[in-house]
Write a protein that binds this ligand. Structure first.
Ligand SMILES: NC(=O)C1=CN([C@@H]2O[C@H](COP(=O)(O)OP(=O)(O)OC[C@H]3O[C@@H](n4cnc5c(N)ncnc54)[C@H](O)[C@@H]3O)[C@@H](O)[C@H]2O)C=CC1
Ligand SMILES: O=C(CO)COP(=O)(O)O
Length: 330
């Protein structure tokens, strides 16, 4: 297979996608922020920190130097958490050749805090025009995909012409990408559902019942729609697998880091304790709650769920109070 594929970011999701493609026969290069992860992948074919328990293909090679992964790539999967996207995009910029075209797929689920930009927008602002950008988002808990559980996902881009190739590259008998054109819509879905997942974790930690969770998930979907309207997204995207599909998967899964972040908080753990227990993994919803709360305030959008979760996470509001305030508001 001649297409050169590189993955930037060797967390759980970057490693899972890299491994999926390597198992299809591509010689995949993956860049890792941590040197130990490079050693773990190259020497032992495992990503012990971020994807334990999954044997990685011999076709997957890890690096810490961007010069080894960017210049010759045809397709780049950009899989660093949203808070690092701008910084890493600036770092890879000098390594692009002007003589060829690149396709870059962003898979992070977040919104930039101070600019309220989506990840595709941050990347387009920084990277040259010969890098055509797409986004991938869906109910895609990495360790389930890595174990080849049947999974759907959505790939979207303003460059419609690149979608058929991207769909074909990612498709396997257990991973099915659907192409749509609402790039902003799927990115908003991915960022916003994490806030609801934290709220559901709080409900689990407080041992509230399924009725409460049913109301909160419904509210999460409503808020997704409200924010999406401001970003000019298509309403139907929120009722597709990147929207309600991912909301259901993340809110109901024991594997979700966002859901378990809320659960640990409600069990009385401190932010510092939770950070240690997460072993370097991210809970994007913590930052999404902050950025989307401020975006909503500035644009007069009523988002009671996001507001309450923001107050719990960033203003130390007691969780019981937040949930009961929320349920009297809806
Ligand atoms: N893990 C999953 O199931 C899924 C994750 N995503 C999204 O993918 C994105 C990446 O998350 P994961 O792969 O889960 O990461 P992770 O939570 O498994 O690991 C954290 C990642 O952050 C990197 N990192 C730490 N400090 C850094 C720095 N200063 N600069 C650059 N990178 C640094 C680590 O090397 C590691 O790759 C997130 O936006 C997440 O929401 C999307 C779908 C599924
Ligand atoms: O985005 C995800 C599933 O679609 C992963 O969710 P967590 O980051 O909460 O683990």
């Amino acid at each position: 297979m001649d297409t050169q594929i590189s993955v930037i970011g060797a967390g759980g999701w970057g490693t899972t996608l890299a491994n999926l493609l390597a198992k299809k026969g591509y010689a995949v290069k993956i860049w890792s922020y941590e040197k130990e992860t490079v050693e773990s992948i190259n020497l032992n074919h495992i990503n012990i920190q971020f994807l334990p328990g999954i044997y990685l293909s011999d076709n997957l090679f890890a690096f810490t130097d961007f010069n080894d992964v960017i210049p010759n790539a045809d397709i780049i999967i950009f899989a660093v958490p949203s808070t690092f996207v701008r910084n890493i995009a600036n770092q890879i910029l000098p390594f692009f050749s002007q003589k060829k075209e690149y396709k870059l797929v962003t898979v992070a689920k977040g919104l930039e805090y101070d600019t309220f930009k989506l990840m595709s927008e941050v990347l387009r602002e920084i990277l040259p025009k010969n890098v055509k950008i797409a986004a991938l988002s869906g109910p895609n808990l990495s360790s389930e995909v890595a174990r080849e559980f049947p999974t759907g996902t959505v790939i979207a881009s303003i460059h419609e012409e690149i979608l058929p190739e991207l769909v074909a590259i990612f498709q396997t008998n257990y991973f099915k990408p659907y192409a749509i054109f609402d790039e902003r819509g799927i990115e908003i879905c991915g960022a916003v559902k994490n806030i609801t997942a934290i709220a559901i974790g709080v409900c689990d930690g407080l041992k509230l019942g399924d009725n409460t969770k049913g109301s909160i998930i419904t509210l999460g979907l409503t808020e997704m729609n409200r924010i999406g309207k401001h970003f000019g997204c298509a309403r139907k995207t929120f009722f597709g697998i990147a929207g309600i599909g991912d909301l259901i998967a993340t809110c109901s899964s024991k594997l979700s880091r966002n859901r378990s972040y809320g659960e640990k908080l409600a069990q009385g753990k401190t932010f510092a304790q939770i950070k240690i227990e997460m072993h370097g993994m991210v809970s994007e919803g913590v930052w999404a709650a902050k950025s989307i709360h401020h975006f909503a305030q500035q644009n007069n959008i009523d988002l009671p769920l996001t507001t309450q979760i923001y107050k719990v996470l960033h203003e130390n509001k007691p969780m019981n109070e937040a949930i009961s305030d929320l349920l009297t508001l809806i």
